[in-house]
Write a protein that binds this ligand. Structure first.
Ligand code: HEC
Length: 134
């Protein structure tokens, strides 16, 4: 009787301290991981929404851009030597505006006009979202 009581008492005493000390580091790591996931997910959603485009879809459409824009410091040699500007990390609205301007002919560069001319509004929005999220 006495023994049982003291064991029960011990267990009851032990559980919040011993158990708690064991569980605490794990749950902090868990919270931190969940927080980081939530954070990066939020940032991605924000980047996607900024242009109204879908960065994932943009990633599938960039194959015609990476030949020039994927290479830092790359120069396009047609029709003469141009420095290819960095577009990764640019503001999505800026990229959208630039592509629309090439498409309309407001920006003169012949290669970019040709490329932008084949893009739909959705393509432009998706590509802008993709490059803005890089
Ligand atoms: C043949 C090489 C080439 C390809 C392919 C190409 N670009 Fe370009 N891009 C250029 C060059 C060169 C410029 C700078 C033109 C100028 O001076 O107006 C440019 C300019 C731009 C700009 C304006 C950047 C700024 O800072 O004003 C955007 C946005 C852009 N390109 C997006 C794209 C996208 C999106 C694609 C794929 C659909 C693409 N480009 C494909 C060479 C290329």
């Amino acid at each position: 009787m006495r023994n049982k009581h003291s064991v029960g008492h011990l267990a009851a005493r032990k559980s919040p301290v011993g158990f708690g000390a064991l569980m605490l580091p794990r749950s902090i790591a868990g919270y931190a991981a969940a927080f980081m996931i939530a954070l990066s997910y939020g940032a991605q959603v924000q980047a996607q929404q900024a242009a109204g485009g879908d960065a994932k879809a943009g990633a599938d459409k960039r194959s015609q851009c990476i030949g020039c824009h994927g290479i830092p410091g790359y120069k396009a040699s047609f029709p003469r030597v141009y420095n290819v500007p960095m577009i990764a990390g640019q503001n999505a609205k800026y990229i959208e505006a630039a592509l629309s301007a090439y498409r309309k002919g407001d920006r003169p560069h012949p290669t970019m006009r040709g490329i932008a001319g084949s893009l739909s509004d959705a393509d432009i929005a998706d590509l802008a979202a993709y490059y803005a999220s890089r």
